[in-house]
Design a protein around this ligand. Structure first.
Ligand code: NAD
Ligand code: MG
Length: 384
């Protein structure tokens, strides 16, 4: 029996790595639904190649363009909008939904998939940062699996297997340190969007590449780890590991540490989460021990990475603070990429939004979405 997969965010960086895994394992995995924001040509090409029966283009203008020129196969049912995205996430024939859209747009589709009893492979971290309490509760209630596709969380998930929660001392997330890890701190003021969107190890979408440079990404991942693995901030640590080969560690109460290693490509984590609990041949070369190489580790310097400190602060504060952190960061990064803000103003936007927003200790999902929208407006209007 093939596992039937819905892929939300099919034209992005995670999306294209997922297609490589699907091509290599077509005898085990079948693509039954795809979604993208606006890239109609690429989505149509995917529907042709994989004979996908259901597709959603979220953007209405792109959808209308696709309907007119229709490069889509006649056998693909194409729809548009957020409700269509939620319906796709709950597609009756699907077994697993890989959520690889960017930002909080992934939240409602994730909840729709959970309500429909689908397992989730989760690449999108922002939805857990915003709505972690609600998503985890819903998944537990419905008895569905939240399988981490983010490489660090996938590594931790693999290391934790078979070990009771009470034996875990801490989780240690590895971080590449981004492209400015060795630049003098006083040169960070001159970083441009062109510089910040080039990553030394990983090929990823622009937003997460900037987040990697500021380590806001690791901050979001700490919050993601808190929700996925039910551990308090004191038991979540970050270590800089420039080679991105160890994807994270689990330290147990007896001092033993387990790690997961694979080359810096998302195909390993994607394949693991889609095929789980099965394993199969990888689509890329594995770690090669025939040529010498080193693995380095060092503690992060918070003066270089103020966004990481702000993420810890938000995680410790709890309530609505992580949602504020996420929304402020997303807008600040977009404004930096649009050349409206300087690189060092990204943490300043987050700091300002966190310190001026009342922290609601247990917000409802609707309240969180309101706080998200308000924070975005605030971060957008902020002038320096
Ligand atoms: P990306 O920008 O390359 O791709 C995003 C995809 O989502 C595109 O297909 C886009 O069309 C689609 N999309 C965006 N908004 C949408 C909407 N509202 N409705 C439907 N489709 C929409 O991003 P990415 O780098 O692939 O990252 C995707 C997610 O995975 C992010 O949450 C990111 O944090 C996470 N992630 C990425 C990587 C990586 O290596 N790229 C690693 C770990 C986690
Ligand atoms: Mg990651």
């Amino acid at each position: 029996m093939k596992k039937k997969v819905v892929l939300l965010g099919a034209t992005g960086s995670i999306g294209s790595s997922t297609l490589r895994v699907l091509r290599a394992h077509s005898e085990r995995l079948q693509l039954v639904g795809v979604a993208a924001q606006s890239n109609d040509r690429e989505l149509a090409a995917i529907c042709h190649e994989f004979a996908v029966p259901h597709a959603v283009l979220n953007d209405d203008a792109s959808y209308r363009r696709a309907r007119q020129g229709s490069g889509f196969p006649g056998t693909t049912q194409l729809s548009s909008g957020t409700q269509a995205l939620e319906a796709l996430a709950a597609l009756p024939e699907a077994d697993i939904v890989l959520i690889a859209v960017v930002g909080v747009a992934g939240l409602r589709p994730a909840l729709a998939a959970i309500e429909a009893g689908k397992d989730i492979a989760l690449a999108n971290k922002e939805l857990l940062v915003l709505g972690g309490a609600h998503v985890v509760k819903a998944a537990q209630r419905k008895g569905v699996r939240l399988l981490p596709t983010d490489s660090e969380h996938n590594a931790i998930f693999q290391c934790l297997e078979g070990h009771p929660h009470g034996q875990v001392d801490k989780l240690i997330l590895t971080a590449s340190g981004g492209q400015f890890r060795d630049s003098p701190v006083d040169q960070l003021a001159t970083v441009t969007p062109e510089m910040a969107t080039q990553h030394p190890n990983w090929s990823m979408g622009p937003k997460i590449t900037v987040d990697s440079a500021t380590m806001a990404n690791k901050g979001l991942e700490l919050i993601e780890a808190h929700w996925l693995f039910n551990l308090e901030p004191e038991r979540l640590e970050v270590v800089i590991h420039p080679q991105s080969i160890v994807h994270s560690f689990v330290q147990f109460i007896d001092g033993s540490i387990l790690a997961q290693l694979s080359p810096p490509s998302m195909t390993f984590a994607i394949q693991h989460s889609l095929l789980y609990p099965e394993r199969a041949t990888p689509v890329e070369a594995t770690v090669d021990f025939t040529n010498p190489f080193s693995l380095d580790f060092k503690a992060p310097d918070y003066a270089r990475y103020p966004c990481l400190q702000l993420a810890y602060d938000a995680l410790r504060a709890g309530g609505s603070a992580p949602a504020v952190f996420n929304a402020a960061n997303e807008v600040a990064v977009a404004r930096f990429l649009a050349k409206e803000l300087a690189y060092l103003e990204i943490p300043e936007v987050i700091r300002h939004c966190l310190s001026t927003t009342h922290n609601d200790p247990s917000p409802s999902l609707e309240q969180l979405l309101e706080i998200d929208a308000e924070t975005r407006a605030q971060a957008q209007a902020l002038k320096f």
